[in-house]
Every structure is written in structure tokens, then in C-alpha cells.
Design a protein around this ligand. Structure first.
Ligand SMILES: CC(C)(COP(=O)(O)OP(=O)(O)OC[C@H]1O[C@@H](n2cnc3c(N)ncnc32)[C@H](O)[C@@H]1OP(=O)(O)O)[C@@H](O)C(=O)NCCC(=O)NCCS
Length: 184
């Protein structure tokens, strides 16, 4: 059943500290499992358990703790419905760049602006870390690709058969970048 968010104003997006992320780890894992079960190509193959997803986020939390990764979560009525990350610890010659990863929204909460809200906040948080260039890749032809184009990301190109869907079929990947204004 679809969650009715009413309006995007009903969505709260927060940057999680490591202790907060630990507190929300089951909610984060549930979103990842739901996306993989829904067929999203987000690094993992089926079958993919809640325990495996928790282990993934334990690794993410450790990087948040070491200030290597930004973790955002979207909430509706106290329920975690979406998440996204920015890897900001990159090689010394790319201090201005961040990699956006794992934009994930529960299937029941989609098409109501949660993904857009998360991506808008990504830019704010990345800028607060001094980032002026963001890069990401996504499955070619999916909702995420339309979202990034709508939000002004530039498409670099398509890499054929870059990754696999959870069921093992190959999928093409589109690489995007976005320049952020430097903070005044
Ligand atoms: C990609 C993803 C994060 C988008 O999340 P979302 O919350 O549905 O995103 P939005 O609601 O902002 O936008 C999605 C669509 O809903 C539409 N929409 C947004 N608000 C709406 C509203 N109030 N009423 C009707 N439609 C709405 C948008 O126009 C967009 O339409 P489009 O797909 O035709 O372009 C989600 O589909 C997902 O988790 N996919 C699986 C994981 C994945 O592929 N992640 C990307 C990895 S890089």
C-alpha cells in the first residue's frame, strides 16, 4: 500500500550523526532491502537479507564516524522512508569533489518528492563540506535518471552492461556530474 505523504512539506530530511545512524540502522536496512527486492541495481544481488543490509549500513556508520561520508535520511511521520549518501573523503588531488551514492526510497513512499528532497539536501550538505563538484552513476532509463536530469545534473554518457540487476541481468549505467556554486 502506498504511503500518502500529503505533500513534500510532510517530509523531513535530516543529516544523521553516527549515533543517530546507529539508532536508525534497522530503518536504513529496511529501505535498502525494499529497493533490492524491487529490482533496483544498487550493488547487491538477490536474495538479500535484512541482516546483510544492516551489515552494509554498519560500514556506512563507521565512515560517518570517521567523517568520510555524509548520510541523509528522509522521514514521514517518524518513519524512515528514504536515504542517500555522499562520500567526501576522496584522494588528496580531489578535495573539491564528492561521490553521491545509494539514493534509496521505499517503494511505498515513491513519486511524492522524497527523492528530490534528498537530492536537494545533498547539495547543501556537500557545499557545507567545501565540495563544488558532485559525481554519481545510475541505471540508464530508470526514475533516478529522470530525477537527476530534472535537478540540473549533466549527463556524461552511458557505460553498457556496467552492473547487474539483483536477478543477475546486466544493466547499462549513466554517469552524471553537477557543479555546485562555491560558498560565499
Ligand atoms: C530513484 C528514486 C530514489 C526516486 O525516488 P522518489 O521519491 O520516487 O522521487 P521523486 O518523487 O522525487 O520523483 C519520482 C517521480 O515522481 C514524480 N512526483 C514527485 N512528486 C509527485 C507528486 N506529488 N505527485 C505525483 N508525482 C510526483 C516526479 O515527477 C517523478 O516523475 P518521473 O519518474 O516520471 O520523472 C526511487 O525510485 C528509488 O529508490 N529507486 C530505487 C533505487 C535507485 O534506483 N536509486 C538510484 C540509485 S543512483
Amino acid at each position: 500500500m502506498a504511503l500518502n505523504l500529503g505533500s513534500v512539506n510532510g517530509v523531513e530530511v535530516r543529516r544523521l550523526t553516527a549515533p543517530e545512524a546507529r539508532q536508525w540502522i534497522d530503518g536504513l536496512a529496511a529501505v535498502l532491502v525494499d529497493c533490492v527486492r524491487g529490482g533496483a541495481s544498487v550493488s547487491y544481488l538477490a536474495p538479500f537479507s535484512h541482516g546483510e543490509a544492516r551489515a552494509v549500513f554498519e560500514g556506512v556508520v563507521a565512515e560517518v564516524e570517521r567523517a568520510q561520508r555524509i548520510l541523509l535520511a528522509a522521514f514521514v511521520d517518524g518513519m524512515l522512508v528514504g536515504t542517500v549518501q555522499v562520500v567526501h573523503a576522496l584522494p588528496p588531488n580531489q578535495p573539491h569533489r564528492g561521490d553521491v551514492a545509494k539514493l534509496l526510497v521505499l517503494r511505498s513512499a515513491r513519486r511524492q518528492g522524497v527523492g528530490q528532497r534528498l537530492m536537494e539536501r545533498v547539495e547543501v550538505e556537500a557545499r557545507s563540506e567545501g565540495k563544488t563538484l558532485l559525481v554519481l552513476d545510475t541505471v540508464t532509463g530508470d526514475a533516478a535518471e529522470r530525477l537527476y536530469e530534472r535537478l540540473g545534473w549533466t549527463k556524461t554518457g552511458v557505460i553498457p552492461s556496467y552492473a547487474l540487476y539483483p536477478d543477475g541481468r546486466p544493466c547499462d549505467t549513466t554517469v552524471f556530474w553537477k557543479q555546485l556554486p562555491a560558498q560565499s
